[in-house]
Structure formats: C-alpha cells, structure tokens
Design a protein around this ligand. Structure first.
Ligand SMILES: NC(=O)c1ccc[n+]([C@@H]2O[C@H](COP(=O)([O-])OP(=O)(O)OC[C@H]3O[C@@H](n4cnc5c(N)ncnc54)[C@H](OP(=O)(O)O)[C@@H]3O)[C@@H](O)[C@H]2O)c1
Length: 274
C-alpha cells in the first residue's frame, strides 16, 4: 500500500537513522513533495538519496504553510533541547510528533507542546538501514487511532513494529534490541578471535565468523522454529557442538553474561532518560 500523509511530513535529522526511514518511506511511494527535511549537513549517503528524489534539506525549517501531519525527530539526543523547541512551534492541532531519540521521554517532548499534543516515542535499531529493523513504540494519551496508524506505517517502512503501553519498557527494549546489534557484532569478533587462538589465519577466521553469524541470523529470520529448536537441530549428542554448548550453557556461561549485559544497558538507559 502506498504511504500517504494527510499534510506535510517534517523530518529533523537525516543521518543514519533519519535517512534509513526516509529511504523506506520513499520506496513505499511517499510523495517527495510532502517531505520537508531539516539537517544542516547531511552525510554523503543521504545526499545521494536526496538527489535521487529531487529533495533538499534546510539547516532550519521555516513553518510550513499547512501544519505538518507528522514531525519525525531523528537528531542526536544531546542536541534535542537545542533543536526541538523551534520544531515544536510548527506543530498544529492535528500534528503528531514521532521521536526515535534514545532516552528522550514523552514528557520531555510534551513540555514544549500544547497540552493535548500527540507524541509517539519509538526505539528502532540499526538493521533498519536494510529494512530489517525492529522498533518498539509507545504513544501518549493524545495520539488518535489514525495518528498511531500513520506512525506505525512510517516505522514499518524499515522493519517490524511492536507497540507497548508502558513507556518504562523502552529501557529494557533499548537494552535488548536497540543495543542488541552491537552484541551480535561482538559475538562475530569473539568467534573470529577464538578461531585464531585455535590455529586459523585471522582473515579466514573473520570470514568464517562473519558468514556464520549472518548466515545463522538469516536462517533464524526465515524459519518459524524457535532459536532453541534450531540449536537443538544442529547439536548431536556428544558431538562437537554439544561440547561447545556445555561451556556456553554452563553456570557462568552466555545466559548469565547476557543477563548482566542487558541489566547494565537497562540501568544506563534509565539514567540517561529525560
Ligand atoms: N543509529 C541507531 O542505531 C539508532 C537506534 C535507535 C535510535 N537512534 C536514535 O536516532 C537518532 C539519530 O541517530 P543517528 O545514528 O541517525 O545519528 P546521526 O547519524 O548523527 O544523524 C543525526 C543527523 O542530525 C543532524 N543534525 C545536527 N543538527 C541538526 C539540527 N539542528 N537539525 C536537524 N538535524 C541536525 C546531524 O548532522 P551532523 O552530523 O552534521 O551533526 C546528522 O545528520 C538519535 O536520537 C538516536 O538516539 C539511533
């Protein structure tokens, strides 16, 4: 279905994540003339995308003639206080603000908006760059069903979307899926390093690790079986995989380490929230 907005779409921040979203929207048929982009210096990859669709960016957007249907905020959380107040002035009664900024709360946005302003806070992850992301979103009480549907469609352009009722869940979500791709990249690094220790040349070890992680990830993506079932299907009793899993699944194994890592990221997300 073609993506449509009932009014202009303002995008603030066309870096990694903003550009990934923009690419997804345009691929899904969003009319480029409906898009207004604020970014003082978009990276070269974004510029190529903009050129393809005849779009340009502005360092500071003037208020559009018609209030935007949606203002998508994709700037770094650190500059939000500087950037958002001016954007908030462009919001009309039917505008929904959709933020993907880590740690920026619904209340933080509401402070700059009318009392009944609609705000959605979402946490995507980097596989959004290849439309394979997963996002969890939470809406404040003023978001209408149509606005929620619009935000869902905008986020779904880069992957799966789940909605949560409790904003507090965005801290563990950040710890699991927001930060999660880095854990998987680190798993590939560790697997390669272990291969080198076991006698493989570094290039070969890295190639094996990269293909193993990405291939197993793709298998998981395409299969309806659980990760545990997929694991069991490649583990023969007393075989090589079994021997390795005895270590990984031991008392101080990966489950314990992962739980500690996710707890640390959750705590940090709570600390950074404002
Ligand atoms: N990347 C991820 O995996 C990920 C995951 C979940 C959530 N997020 C959230 O997504 C947001 C964007 O992250 P990102 O990785 O895409 O960052 P990014 O690549 O740095 O993109 C941010 C863009 O905003 C631009 N910008 C700077 N000042 C601006 C202004 N006044 N108005 C409009 N744009 C301005 C930056 O330009 P300059 O580079 O010139 O400053 C940059 O092009 C963050 O809030 C982050 O928490 C990211």
């Amino acid at each position: 279905m073609t993506l449509k907005t009932d009014g202009p779409l303002v995008l603030a921040g066309a870096g990694n994540m903003g550009a990934a979203l923009l690419a997804g929207w345009l691929e899904r048929g969003l009319d480029p003339s409906a898009v207004l982009i604020q970014d003082p210096s978009p990276p070269p990859t974004t510029q190529a995308l903009l050129a393809r669709y005849g779009l340009s960016t502005s360092p500071r957007l003037e208020a559009p003639a018609v209030p935007p249907a949606v203002i998508v905020v994709a700037v770094k959380p650190q500059i939000m206080d500087e950037v958002f107040p001016a954007l908030a002035r462009h919001a009309g009664q039917r505008t929904v603000v959709l933020s993907i900024a880590a740690g920026r709360t619904l209340a933080g946005f509401e402070r700059h908006l009318d009392q009944r302003a609609a705000v959605v806070r979402a946490m995507p992850n980097t596989p959004a760059a290849i439309a394979r992301g997963i996002t969890v979103a939470v809406a404040n009480a003023h978001v209408s069903p149509a606005q929620r549907q619009l935000c869902d469609a905008l986020l779904r352009a880069v992957g799966e979307v789940e909605w949560a009722e409790d904003e507090g869940l965005l801290d563990p979500v950040t710890a699991v899926s927001g930060s999660g791709p880095a854990y998987v990249f680190y798993l590939a690094e560790c697997l390669a390093a272990a291969g080198v220790k076991a006698g493989l040349a570094p290039d070969l070890a890295m190639k094996l690790a990269r293909h193993t992680v990405s291939g197993a990830g793709e298998l998981l993506a395409r299969s309806s079986a659980s990760p545990a079932a997929l694991r069991e299907s490649v583990t023969s009793p007393n075989g090589t995989t079994f021997a390795a899993l005895q270590v990984l699944m031991g008392p101080d194994g990966l489950a314990q380490l992962m739980a500690e890592a996710v707890a640390a990221a959750t705590r940090r997300s709570c600390e950074l929230a404002k």
